[in-house]
Design a protein around this ligand. Structure first.
Ligand code: UDP
Ligand code: MG
Length: 330
């Protein structure tokens, strides 16, 4: 495959209530890319911000048309915002980066160099984990280790800071699933990959936009879209219980025939509690998968666009566009 000598670099950043952060991000990233002599466009996806993020994106666009904005009709979550950005990018390479400057834009030229050297996917791998509480760090570690073990996708030290070549980006966009998990899908697609080590900075401005709930949702989405191991676990534990009940049943029967009395009440309560917990957990796991199937079958668009700074396809009015409802033939 021939690689253009002077590639257009699309930098995609999801923006959710970043306020001043928008200007800071545009200035810093623009400066780095200009200094490296790269042709670029910044695709800022406003994920239904309630603050002045969108007017700021528009203001940046009027200052420099290389800054393009897409406004989603509500908060669809970071994953959908990234997807919207990828679909609106037109570069030969696409870099996905956080708008809060935790991912250092200074690493982009090195990533582009890796692409020039032949890589299609360049992952920013964190050297450190600045700016996270010990609890969040532990939770992330446990999730990434579990995910890596249960799937073929290695998430240890992974970040969403990634460069995709145009073919890799197009391949990713062909995946039809509704709840996408960028970190996972961008690894799942394969292609020639390499990593660059990056230092994750402290967040500039405000606190993390994730809530405990949204993180849990992301974790469940990530797991259910990549592995059916939890379902198998339910089966395995079910078999374990079956064996246990067989032993207990035989023992109880033998004791009863011999006329010996059992310890009784506490044992019954304990067994009931354990069984009840497992049954509910098992139903919960099945429910999660069912919910995913339901979501996929409904086939709703993954995000809706309310406005764009650069209307694509010659559309002038603020458009509501349902994206990608077609099922790819994968
Ligand atoms: N973000 C988003 N939608 C959301 C939550 C976050 O677009 O619902 C964006 C946010 O503006 C930022 C990036 O995703 O650019 C990462 O978010 P954050 O810094 O809050 O996450 P963390 O760095 O703590 O993982
Ligand atoms: Mg952040």
């Amino acid at each position: 495959m021939t690689r253009p000598a002077d590639p257009l670099v699309s930098v995609v950043a999801p923006v959710f209530n970043e306020g001043h952060g928008v200007d800071r991000f545009v200035q810093r990233t623009g400066a780095v890319l200009a200094a490296a002599g790269l042709r670029y466009e910044l695709v800022l996806v406003d994920d239904g911000s309630a603050d002045d993020s969108w007017p700021r994106v528009c203001a940046q666009h009027s200052l420099d048309p290389r800054v393009r904005g897409v406004r989603l009709s509500r908060n669809f979550g970071k994953e959908s915002a990234v997807l919207a950005g990828l679909e609106h990018s037109s570069g030969d390479v696409v870099v996905v980066i956080d708008a809060d400057l935790q991912h250092p834009p200074t690493a982009i030229p090195a990533m582009v160099q890796c692409w020039r050297d032949g890589a299609d996917v360049v992952e920013g791998v964190k050297r450190n984990r600045t700016g996270q509480s010990p609890a969040a760090r532990l939770a992330a570690k446990v999730f990434n280790a579990t995910f890596t073990r249960l799937t073929t996708v290695d998430l240890v030290n992974a970040t969403d800071f990634r460069l995709l070549s145009r073919p890799a980006c197009d391949a990713l966009l062909r995946l039809p699933e509704h709840s996408s998990f960028f970190r996972g899908t961008s690894s799942w697609i394969g292609f020639r990959r390499t990593t660059v080590e990056v230092d994750i900075d402290h967040r500039e401005g405000g606190a993390t936009r994730w809530t405990f709930r949204s993180l849990c949702r992301l974790a469940v989405n990530g797991l259910t879209s990549f592995t059916s191991a939890p379902l198998h676990l339910v089966t395995v534990v079910g078999f374990g219980f079956a064996a246990f009940s067989l032993v207990l049943g035989v023992q109880t029967l033998v004791r009863w025939m011999r006329g010996g009395s059992l310890a009784g009440f506490p044992t019954v309560i304990l067994v009931l509690l354990v069984m009840g917990t497992f049954i509910l957990l098992g139903l919960g796991v099945i429910g999660e998968y069912l919910a995913r199937i339901h979501e996929e079958v409904r086939g709703r668009p993954r995000y809706l666009v309310q406005a764009r700074t650069t209307p694509a396809d010659g559309l002038d009015e603020p458009v509501i566009v349902g994206q990608r409802t077609e099922r790819a033939e994968l």
